[in-house]
Design a protein around this ligand. Structure first.
Ligand SMILES: Nc1nc2c(ncn2[C@@H]2O[C@H](COP(=O)(O)OP(=O)(O)OP(=O)(O)O)[C@@H](O)[C@H]2O)c(=O)[nH]1
Ligand SMILES: [Mg+2]
Length: 325
């Protein structure tokens, strides 16, 4: 016997739209678990997509991503924005331990009903984070977030992957981390819409800014300043919040620019393509696995070895079953 009444998907969606934090959390759990209900959830959320600005935050381990995220939440709230924070861990199947420290840091915002904070892991299902992150973002978007900050945790994260799911990509650097060299190596010069040199209370922040400015100038494409976005560089001390208001202003300016040039829509269409593809390929793989398990592959292999059939003809047998599914 369970005391909790079963809530229908439309009801959950409706409540999430009204800003009910528990419903938002339950919807994201459905995403995380790759629930069979997801199809209905996504259909229910579809009409409410496109309001939130998704901001991806990337940078080397220890550069201050989590501290900055928390400081940005404070600044965004001050600007009257409703904020979502999604911490994703591509390297771990568990959404627990690794994020504990960050949770403590986020406690400043725990009681604010206009802030949703959620960590998410891939739980090892097919497609992984590339598949689940956009769906979690849809939930937060429908819940009325104006800005969603996506922070990746764990080493070996792919900067480019973060850029692929965001409207605006923020690259964090800090002095004393060999970031000058790393910057060029990881190709972050192509992905950043906004560069933040954090730990500006330490020596060397100006040097990092200068190096970065020189490198970005090399990538500069001319003087038609309206036609492209010149990524700004902002110095911050995330621990004290110094410079963070300016970061928030630049994020807003980037959205305005993207809207006026059509870039926002171009980025979103590109993302939707990836998402559709990821879902389709996941479905194909699952079907393939079914066929593969049912078909007498070993039999076919025996026949090929015995010279009774050839590998092409054997593959046709498999594909025929696949097509019948
Ligand atoms: N001096 C100084 N220290 C900072 C600043 N911002 C963050 N830190 C410290 O740097 C350390 C790492 O900060 P985090 O915010 O955890 O960095 P992170 O990028 O999220 O780290 P990972 O999640 O492990 O990749 C912590 O000890 C912070 O207190 C800053 O502006 N100045
Ligand atoms: Mg962190």
């Amino acid at each position: 016997m369970t005391a909790r009444r079963k809530v229908s998907v439309p009801e959950l969606v409706e409540r999430a739209r009204e800003g009910d934090a528990r419903s938002v959390a339950r919807l994201i759990s459905l995403v995380e678990d790759a629930s069979p209900l997801l199809r209905d959830v996504m259909a229910g959320l579809a009409p409410y997509a496109g309001h939130a600005q998704v901001v991806g935050i990337t940078g080397s381990p220890g550069v201050g991503k989590s501290t900055s995220t928390s400081a940005m939440v404070t600044a965004l709230r001050k600007a009257g924005k409703r904020v979502g924070v999604l911490a994703v861990d591509p390297s771990s199947p568990f959404s627990g331990g690794a994020l504990l420290g960050d949770r403590v840091r986020m406690q400043d915002h725990a009681l604010d009903k206009d802030v949703y904070i959620r960590s998410m892991a891939s739980r090892g299902h097919l497609g992984g984070l590339s598949w689940s992150t956009p769906q979690a973002l849809r939930v937060l978007d429908a819940a009325g977030c104006d800005v969603i900050l996506v922070e990746t945790v764990g080493v070996g994260q792919s900067e480019v992957e973060v850029a692929g799911l965001a409207d605006t990509t923020l690259v964090l650097l800090a002095p004393g981390m060999g970031d000058g060299i790393q910057a060029a190596k990881a190709g972050i010069l192509e992905i950043g819409d906004l560069y933040v040199v954090n730990k500006a209370d330490r020596d060397g922040a100006d040097t990092v800014r200068r190096d970065l400015r020189n490198m970005l100038a090399l990538a500069d494409r001319g003087d038609d300043v309206d036609a492209y976005w010149k990524p700004p560089i902002v110095l911050t001390v995330a621990q004290t919040g110094q410079g963070v208001d300016e970061v928030v202003e630049k994020i807003d300016a980037h959205r305005t620019w993207m809207e006026s040039t059509g870039e926002l829509n171009r980025r979103r269409v590109r993302r939707a393509r990836d998402e559709i593809e990821a879902i389709a390929v996941t479905a194909l793989r699952a079907r393939w696995k079914d066929v593969h398990e049912r078909t007498e592959l070993d039999d076919l292999a025996d026949q090929v070895v015995a010279g009774k059939t050839d590998p092409y003809a054997a593959a046709d047998v498999l594909l025929a079953e696949y097509a019948e599914e």
